[in-house]
Design a protein around this ligand. Structure first.
Ligand code: NAP
Length: 242
């Protein structure tokens, strides 16, 4: 059975990606950290699409938790193979660097950058054996341009962009593509409180984006036909920055 693992699939962009994966015929592994109600809702939406999947909670910022939960799932499910991995889980904790606490730096880096490493390394083995895989990392405009108040988040996402390009070169011969998608402002809990009416003036498309618009691009990169696109960073930001 071919599976797709989406980290942070309980809400926002991750949920839209889970639904897209179900529409593409994948058995969807919905990862989340704490929000079981929202994760259940994602699973219900997957089933509404005629798809199937299961919840697989673990904290991507904790390598022991990843090993216990995901490592165990891989061992126990030899017949299932994670063909598509979407590293989507992420947090932000904005403050000017002058005032940033150690834990604000560490938590954001651990979630995006360490999470990418420990999850991907586990899943990669199966892809290498099958000589096929799609890895898509959700990064950010912040990791390309840098945004004030986000030295932690910009560094984490820029780190994942570098790792995306390096890993793509390591595994290209084995039928595995590795790409990143860099959203701008997308309507999810993460940007709650931002004033769209004021900020949309800066955005050529004149609005914030939707999670489904990010999921559409992820679905494209996850398709078999996208085999010659790798080490790429695709911006989805309404023309805000390129
Ligand atoms: P969101 O609505 O806040 O959802 C975050 C998701 O990540 C939730 O499913 C959450 O699980 C999960 N998560 C957070 N920390 C986790 C951890 N340590 N382990 C496992 N899961 C964890 O965020 P979003 O806006 O959809 O963002 C998704 C990705 O897109 C992130 O990487 C973010 O940096 C990136 N992004 C977002 C925007 C934007 O404008 N929204 C722009 C650029 C990039 P729980 O439900 O259990 O908390």
């Amino acid at each position: 059975m071919k599976c797709s693992l989406v980290t942070g699939g309980s809400r926002g962009i991750g949920r839209a990606i889970c639904i897209k994966m179900a529409q593409m015929g994948y058995y969807v592994l919905v990862n989340y950290r704490t929000n079981v109600e929202e994760a259940d809702r994602t699973l219900a939406l997957i089933r509404q699409e005629g798809g199937e999947g299961e919840l697989i909670p673990f904290d991507v910022s904790n390598k022991e938790d990843i090993q216990l939960s995901l490592g165990d799932w891989i061992k126990k499910n030899e017949g299932k193979y994670i063909e598509v991995l979407i590293n989507n889980a992420g947090i932000k904790d904005d403050v000017l660097m002058m005032w940033m606490k150690d834990e604000q730096w560490e938590n954001v880096i651990r979630t995006s950058l360490d999470g990418f490493f420990y999850v991907t390394r586990l899943v990669l083995e199966g892809m290498l054996l099958k000589k096929y895989g799609r890895i898509i990392n959700i990064v950010s405009l912040s990791g390309l341009k840098g945004l004030p108040g986000q030295t932690n988040y910009s560094a984490a996402k820029a780190g994942v962009i570098g790792a995306t390009k390096a890993l793509a070169q390591e595994v290209g011969r084995r039928g595995i593509t590795v790409n990143a998608v860099a959203p701008g402002f997308i309507k999810t809990d993460m940007i709650e409180g931002l004033d769209e009416a004021a900020m949309k003036k800066m955005i050529p498309v004149n609005r914030f984006g939707l999670p489904e618009e990010v999921a559409h691009a992820v679905g494209f990169l996850a398709s078999k036909e996208a085999a010659y696109i790798t080490a790429e960073v695709l911006s989805i930001n309404g023309g805000l920055y390129s």
